[in-house]
Ligand binder design. Structure first.
Ligand code: HEM
Length: 357
């Protein structure tokens, strides 16, 4: 009988557990991202009214419950992947653990990449359903990401202080537009006309000949400087708050790129239509009942949530740097996140037809 475990067996076991958990950390993101569009398809099916024999259209309460569960499942995809990206890192990160974290961060962006991909494939005139390409590609990515080696990364990289400061300054400029833009979308809760009236006032500033190119340049700078910072941060030992900040930044990078493509190229150039309320809310069918538009719902909701949460995460770092104690800074962060959820939900209610007056 063996009283104590053999240290060699323990080592073999713990290495195996760590390899298994690294593989899970790749395959969960791959699978959740791969099934994401199918969740939206199932949601669409569950909210499509059935026409009974006497021609009356009805949605029963069990399908309303199912629709709610499916919507929660769609939002759970980025959430699960943030949790995977923020798993405690090994004290000596390996190529495999870093690649797994980066892959989980990529999977966080699934809801917005799916919109970007859908717009590009539509513009390219593709006849192949998006899901037929989407699902195999994510599984292939998962396979490639799982093949990394276990080599220990010897040097801990450092983020460039200049780049961090530049990203922060340019982010504060971008925030001026973003805060107005989000405030503008809240007017959808009053009426499309109120939304248009506020947008008309804003356009005199952000669509001015010198301002608009500056705004686009600032957004592009945010994307590329942010991704550069993410690349370095994803190799370091970062706490959960920091990983959330990184994940929201990665999401926003894809969101802004895809959103600017939709506004500037797809709508204003390719379709030559105004980028107004009808364009944003997917009228006449709306966001909920159209099989394509439903993908805009998590995309917009998470876009608003993550941009606010990203700003709040940045403010938390500034607070800590100015000596605010961490429990106070963390309370501010939690309150900020709750506020972001509230604003995002309010905008989405307006975009799906709720009117307060
Ligand atoms: C509910 C969410 C959102 C909706 C429905 C939405 C919709 C729109 C619409 C309709 C426009 C065209 C504006 C115009 O024609 O004047 C626009 C422009 C733009 N949006 Fe959003 N947006 C959302 C969230 C965001 C977020 C979170 C960002 C964050 C960066 C963002 C960045 C931009 C930018 C940079 C432009 C281009 C501005 C310009 O026309 O020069 N949007 N968006």
């Amino acid at each position: 009988m063996q009283a104590f475990p053999n240290p060699e067996d323990t080592l073999v076991k713990s290495t195996k557990i760590s390899i298994d958990s690294q593989l899970l950390a790749v395959w969960i993101p791959a699978l959740t991202a791969a099934i994401y569009p199918w969740i939206l398809d199932a949601f669409h099916w569950s909210v499509t009214p059935t026409v009974s024999s006497n021609e009356s259209i009805r949605i029963n309460s069990s399908s309303t419950f199912l629709a709610a569960l499916l919507l929660i499942a769609a939002f759970a995809v980025p959430l699960i992947n943030i949790m995977i990206a923020s798993r405690p890192q090994l004290s000596k990160p390996t190529a495999q653990s870093v690649r797994a974290r980066r892959f989980a961060l990529l999977a966080v962006t699934a809801p917005t990449v799916y919109v970007f991909f859908g717009v590009l494939s539509y513009m390219a005139g593709s006849k192949v359903p998006d899901t037929w390409i989407w699902t195999p590609v994510w599984l292939l990515f998962g396979y490639l990401a799982s093949r990394s080696t276990d080599a220990v990364i010897s040097e801990q990289p450092r983020t460039s202080a200049h780049l961090r400061v530049a990203h922060g300054i340019s982010g504060s400029i971008a925030a001026l537009y973003v805060v107005f833009h989000i405030f503008n979308h809240l007017f959808g809760l009053i009426s499309p006309e109120a939304h248009a009236a506020v947008m008309d006032i804003g356009r005199t500033v952000y669509r001015a000949k010198i301002i608009e190119p500056i705004l686009v340049a600032v957004m592009l700078f945010q994307i590329f400087s942010g991704l550069r910072l993410v690349w370095t941060w994803s190799e370091t030992l970062a706490d959960r708050y920091r990983v959330f900040q990184i994940a929201s930044g990665v999401f926003m990078s894809v969101f802004i790129l895809g959103h600017m493509n939709s506004v500037f190229f797809y709508a204003r150039t390719w379709l030559d239509i105004p980028t107004d309320w009808a364009f944003a809310a997917g009228l006449p069918t709306g966001l909920i009942h159209d099989p394509w538009n439903i993908r805009l719902l998590p995309h917009y909701a998470l876009g608003v949530f993550f941009v606010l949460a990203h700003l709040i995460s940045g403010l938390r770092v500034v607070m800590l740097a100015h000596g605010v104690n961490s429990s106070r800074a963390n309370r501010f962060w939690w309150a900020g996140l709750s506020f972001s959820v509230f604003i995002s939900a309010a905008i989405m209610c307006g975009m799906t037809g709720l009117r307060l007056v």
